[in-house]
Write a protein that binds this ligand. Sequence first.
Ligand code: ASP
Length: 319
Amino acid sequence: MAFRQKHLLGIEPLHPDEITALLDVADRYVDLSRQPNKHSDALKGLTQINMFFENSTRTQSSFELAGKRLGADVMNMAMQASSIKKGETLIDTALTLNAMHPDLLVVRHPHSGAVDLLAQKVNCAVLNAGDGRHEHPTQALLDALTIRRAKGRLHRLNIAICGDIAHSRVARSNLMLLGKMENRVRLVGPPTLVPQQFREFGCEIYDDMAEGLKDVDVVMMLRLQKERMDGGFIPSEREYFYRYGLDADKLAHAKPDAIVMHPGPMNRGVEIDGTIADDINRSVIQEQVEMGVAVRMAAMDLLARNLRTDREANKGVMV
Ligand code: ASP
């Protein structure tokens, strides 16, 4: 089955076969990115605009690199300095940009649902680079590619996602993706940060790291999303690290070949011990960054193919 989406707004609408198709294309882009000449012309002639209304290091730079490797004209909007600051609404900004005929719009926004709204107003493919605590689809896809390459498969694995689940779009997108691919997911963290309603995703919930990590294949650690917290969710960072921070003792409960993941940015000594993060025999955190570029190349390539097909079908009329 081909990848049929017009936008990449979340993992929720994706069929498992579409996920597999995208990861297969991404595998090829990993190979290309390891060559001295990293260029392809999959996006040649197309315009990609990146709009980040929230700070980003990895995601923004990897979308930029991905677009450039595929030959697109890439523009980064300086959102801090944009007209939004002068009171322009998100929709007006979108309509202004739309008039410049972009083909791919990459958007990060602090409000859940803002990217979906924007996608309804423009005539191009929109990629969600993270909206509030809702979804971060390319993060889940790059995590999936990292797991598939490290474990040789992406099904029937036991995976623990640990930490601040409540405020995390990474957790939500991963839960959906890993569930669609028939893995068993556990959520591990203090009850204040792991709401019981997450059971609706079909996962088990633990508030004890030793139990939650027992015999898992993958340990995914998350950052405390302080910028999205409106109160005290943990007694202190010190105590949080003692109970929920990943160190060698806690990791010993997982399978001996379990891999350790983190989407970044990492807070060493809060959710993860620096020596675990740097242990190249266990940590795949740097691989995640590498896979991020390849997954974003694949996502933009596939969306651009659909965009071209739609435009062809509409006889050159912009859709
Ligand atoms: N970089 C990820 C995100 O944008 C994770 C994080 O910020 O903790 O959601």
